[in-house]
Design a protein around this ligand. Structure first.
Ligand SMILES: *Cc1c(COP(=O)(O)O)cnc(C)c1O
Length: 424
């Protein structure tokens, strides 16, 4: 099946006389014929639902769809994108370990890596997406367990050279984890370029309608954990909490994703409810169609902004002349999603006046919504930063983040035109 068809048809296939729509199994528990059967479920010798902190039939169908969309062996849904990123790392890192992350990533991930995980004794070393291999190599030590990067960085909007990072991760015997939230598998499938693990915030384009917060962790099944048994001993040595089961022996290619569910999710508990999975599935059904239009509208808006004298610069990787234009052609030939940032000449007040004068674009702390939405980072998400820190993060006073939606392009452009008139 092509991706448009997969979005609609993977995961749930009703049999004769069954509901056409994915049923919402709103149940915490499951009924069995015998205690013996329950015992087998707890030994993981038989597959089945035990308790909705670990799995649920509605969520399971959506996980199967998400795994298919990315071309992975399995997926685990989580209650947020943040939880998916946390699980991706905790599944292979423990106190004393290190991992390397590209610094051009989502601000919430920076906090999680630099502040929160540090409290647990896990150290993140940051490198720039633009660093050469020699510089990146210097960040590796014998304790490094993974490399992390973001396909299209939120909010920097630079494109990850997945092949470069996969090559250097593999040379050092560790997996590459990619946050593919903005690109979605419709625009890029990082496993095809060498990534081993993918995480998403499904709260963004996948849901699309701003209805649920969610995340997903997806395993390519390609990383050979047994090649480095000491480094990844959580996967290759007996787990006492399952009577000495060894994940790589019992589950083969699905070792990583199975451990994430039956061990981490069991102990931490961040599994979405059936209703949220149902809502996410409705969004996924039209994902391929929506991504096409987001990209088309955003490119037109980026070109319009570039032509305006009030605009200092425009960041949109698919725009000709953008510093990541070549990477975009390689990894994102269908487009670079709907998110643009641009800087207005002038100061904070100019940007705020422009934003507040818009009638169509919604002032909200979100991106990748079905509706066009807009935000002024310097007075909102990045409000606490000093002028020096703002500069370091590439955030000018006049910077505006615009997430182009699915309204008619002429309505979006007219709205922006009115905004420009208001700051004349
Ligand atoms: C929003 C976002 C996250 C965090 O996801 P939540 O669902 O809000 O927890 C992670 N990565 C990227 C790229 C995001 O845009």
């Amino acid at each position: 099946m092509r991706i448009e068809t997969q979005c609609l048809r993977e995961g749930y296939t009703p049999k004769n006389g069954e509901p056409k729509a994915l049923p919402i199994y709103q149940s915490t528990t499951y009924k069995y014929d015998s205690s013996e059967h329950i015992g087998k479920l707890f030994d993981l010798s038989e597959a089945g639902h035990i308790y909705s902190r670990l799995s649920n039939p509605t969520v399971d169908a959506v996980e199967k769809k998400l795994a298919a969309l990315e071309g992975g062996v399995g997926a685990l849904c989580t209650t947020s994108g943040q939880a998916a990123t946390l699980f991706a790392l905790l599944n292979i890192c423990s106190a004393g370990d290190e991992f390397i992350s590209v610094s051009e990533i989502y601000g919430g991930s920076v906090n999680l890596f630099a502040v929160q995980l540090k409290r647990y004794g896990i150290t993140c070393k940051f490198v720039s997406a633009k660093d050469d291999e020699e510089t990146i190599q210097k960040a590796f030590t014998s304790k490094t367990k993974a490399v992390f990067g973001e396909m299209i960085a939120n909010p920097a909007l630079c494109v990850l050279d997945v092949e470069k990072f996969a090559k250097i991760a593999h040379k050092n015997g560790v997996p590459l984890i990619v946050d593919n939230t903005f690109a979605t598998p419709v625009l890029c499938r990082p496993f095809e370029w060498g990534a081993d693990i993918i995480v998403h915030s499904t709260s963004k384009y996948m849901d699309g309608h701003a209805l649920q917060i969610g995340g997903v962790l997806i395993d390519s099944g390609n990383f050979d954990w047994e090649k480095y048994p000491e480094k990844f001993n959580g996967l290759t040595t007996p787990d006492d909490s399952y009577h000495g089961l060894v994940y790589t022996k019992q589950f083969g290619k699905a070792a990583y994703i199975t451990k994430a569910r039956v061990q981490l999710m069991r102990d931490i508990g961040a599994y979405p409810g059936a209703m949220n999975a149902f809502l996410l599935n409705v969004g996924l059904e039209t994902l391929a169609l929506r991504m096409e239009r987001y990209c088309q509208n955003a490119l037109a808006v980026a070109q319009f902004l570039q032509s305006r004298p009030e605009v200092e610069f425009v960041n949109y990787p698919a725009l000709k002349g953008s510093s990541d234009y070549e990477l975009t052609q390689k990894y994102l030939p269908k487009g670079a999603s709907g998110v643009i940032s641009f800087s207005l000449k002038g100061n904070k007040q100019t940007a705020v006046k422009f934003i507040d004068s818009l009638k169509l674009a919604i002032n909200e702390v979100h991106v990748a919504d079905i509706c066009t939405c807009i935000l002024h980072p310097a007075t909102s998400t990045h409000r606490q930063l000093t002028p020096q820190q703002l500069k370091g993060a590439g955030i000018t006073e006049g910077l505006v983040r615009l997430s182009v939606g699915l309204e008619h392009i002429d309505d979006i452009l007219e709205d922006l035109e009115n905004g420009f008139n208001s700051i004349k």
